[in-house]
Design a protein around this ligand. Structure first.
Ligand code: HEM
Length: 525
């Protein structure tokens, strides 16, 4: 009897094992096709049933089974997912030009500026032309230096409003404050002249850009089912198109005012981003003739690329600092040691002397990257990790997973800013702490991908880093922060690695500022 049972269980186990093995070979992207491995897929859904609300996190855990290069299918979307820094290095560094296109994911068919994209443009003449313009003019170092007054002025305006709230004992929604701050800074950089004449422009832009982004993010699910993506079942496409037309009306008016007010005497140093774009548009010797639609869409893309990202990064940093009061206190001490007895507010010039503040921001973005999955598309056939990667293959680089890899980062889920100070002190003698910091921030080191890396890395990283450091430094210097309600810590409701909503923790960051250093000098305790 026992023997029979053992025999039956063994046969059962044996056949189960063989069946699983055969099914795995049948459904997974096996080595037969030369493709990297991947889990069992379902018809139509693909691997959707294996993915949870945090896509980067789900992909990170699948990579533990299927390795650093795996095949994933989400509905009709077939992608290769890169989950370690060695493989990422091949894509972002060794073969960077061959992977310098991005695959597009989103409701492109409802965009009224068809074919005018820069952010998602393929690696071709238009993208190269605009990238050069960004690097040499629009976001060049000297241009960013010129915008220092805008950043300091708007930070001061934020502090003024918070001092007022603090003296009235009111809480504030930091999410809203940060989005207003980042819109005002960018609006003044892009179209400063118009903003000086009409201070409502940033508010109008923020409303339109928020509407556009809200509509655009509602498409995700339909997008995954190929042909369904063109059916505007819930009317989001119509809403999206109408918001873009609204933007078009506003930007058209602004561009016309620029053309009308144009004078030949204008000095280079007074030019804002719209001035430079229009100069390029009117330049008969320019390598490429820009169209008005390209200019309009480029401006919109700048707002879309920067508002939610910078605001979310600011919110995540404040969340981590409020939840780690010991680190908050260390940053304040560092600031005190730099401003000394001068009793003044920190300035951008001080930032180079505040490595702990910078490390805390860098550590926040390591844990909570606002762009957790980098997109790439191959331009040519090649082999990666011994697997065939055909031209046109779509790739996700899991920046979230790579930045939480325990082989690179000890205790990867913990908030430890000190981990960045050690590396920086080692390299300090070679090139200076701040330069090293900026290079790492921009993805020089493929273990740190908060701003992406390679040709398609973030173009606003230097600007964003200045805004983050100055804002967070000022908020730490001037206020003690408590969470509204009974809790002493902020509960992070959204799984980390998901930040599409642009709000840390998935809800508004309601906090109470208690003034401890008055930047205006009349209420200091
Ligand atoms: C904390 C703030 C920000 C974060 C965390 C962030 C992050 C990123 C990431 C992860 C990418 C994709 C990079 C890649 O695929 O390798 C990206 C691309 C980009 N970002 Fe940012 N970004 C921020 C702010 C900004 C700002 C303020 C601007 C402009 C003013 C900006 C402009 C861009 C542009 C134009 C691209 C596309 C580059 C290309 O495809 O050629 N970003 N950003």
């Amino acid at each position: 009897m026992n023997l029979d049972m053992n025999y039956t269980s063994c046969s059962y186990l044996f056949f189960t094992f063989i069946t699983i093995f055969l099914l795995h070979r049948l459904f997974s992207s096996s080595s037969r096709s030369g493709l990297p491995p991947g889990p069992l897929g379902l018809p139509i859904l693909g691997h959707m049933h294996l993915l949870r609300s945090s896509l980067p996190r789900s992909l990170q855990s699948l990579a533990h089974t299927y390795g650093p290069l795996m095949t994933i299918r989400i509905g009709s979307l077939h992608v290769l997912v890169v989950s370690d820094s060695d493989t990422a290095k091949q894509i972002l560094k060794t073969h960077d030009p061959d992977f310098a296109s991005k695959f597009v994911f989103g409701p492109r068919q409802f965009n009224v500026y068809k074919g005018a994209e820069f952010f998602n443009a393929p690696y071709g003449p238009y993208w190269r032309f605009m990238k050069k313009l960004c690097m040499t003019k629009l976001f060049a170092g000297y241009q960013l230096d010129r915008f220092v007054d805008i950043r300091e002025e708007e930070t001061l305006a934020l502090l003024t409003s918070l001092v007022e709230r603090s003296s009235n004992g009111e809480a504030c929604d930091l999410g809203l404050e940060f989005t207003a701050l980042t819109t005002k800074i960018l609006s003044k950089m892009v179209m400063g002249k118009r903003c000086r004449q009409n201070s409502d422009i940033p508010v109008e832009i923020r409303k339109i850009v928020s509407d556009i982004m809200a509509c655009a993010t509602r498409f995700g699910f339909m997008e995954l089912f190929g042909p369904l993506r063109d059916l505007d079942l819930f009317g989001n496409g119509k809403k999206l198109r109408s918001s873009i037309w609204q933007y078009d009306e506003l930007v058209e008016k602004i561009l016309k005012e620029y053309e009308n007010d144009k004078t030949n005497e204008e000095e280079e140093k007074d030019k804002d981003i719209v001035d430079i774009l229009l100069d390029t548009y009117n330049d008969p010797k320019a390598e490429l003739k820009l169209t008005m639609n390209q200019i309009k869409f480029f401006i919109l893309e700048l707002f879309m690329a920067s508002l939610d990202t910078t605001s979310a990064a600011l919110q995540w940093t404040m969340t981590e600092l409020i939840n780690h009061q010991d680190i908050f206190a260390k940053i304040r001490d560092e600031i005190k040691s730099v401003v000394g007895t001068s009793n003044r507010l920190i300035k951008e010039l001080d930032l180079q002397k505040l490595p702990y503040l910078q490390a805390a921001i860098k550590e926040t973005l390591r844990l909570h990257p606002v762009g957790p999955l980098l997109r790439r598309e191959s331009n040519t056939d090649m082999k990666i990790n011994g697997y065939d990667v055909k031209s046109g293959t779509k790739i996700f680089i899991n920046a979230y997973g790579i930045m939480r890899d325990p082989t690179t980062y000890k205790d990867p889920d913990k908030f430890i800013p000190e981990r960045f100070l050690v590396v920086e002190q080692d390299t300090e003698r070679k090139m200076g702490y701040y330069q090293q910091y900026m290079l790492e921030l921009k993805g020089q080191d493929v273990n740190y991908l908060a701003f992406g890396s390679g040709r398609r890395g973030c173009l606003g990283a230097s600007h964003a880093s200045l805004v983050l450091s100055l804002t967070i430094g000022s908020l730490v210097q001037c206020f003690n922060w408590t969470v509204k309600g009974d809790e002493d810590k902020i509960k992070i409701k959204l799984p980390t690695g998901f930040s599409a909503s642009g709000t840390a923790g998935g809800s508004s960051l309601m906090c109470s500022p208690e003034l401890c250093f008055d930047p205006f000098g009349y209420k200091t305790k």
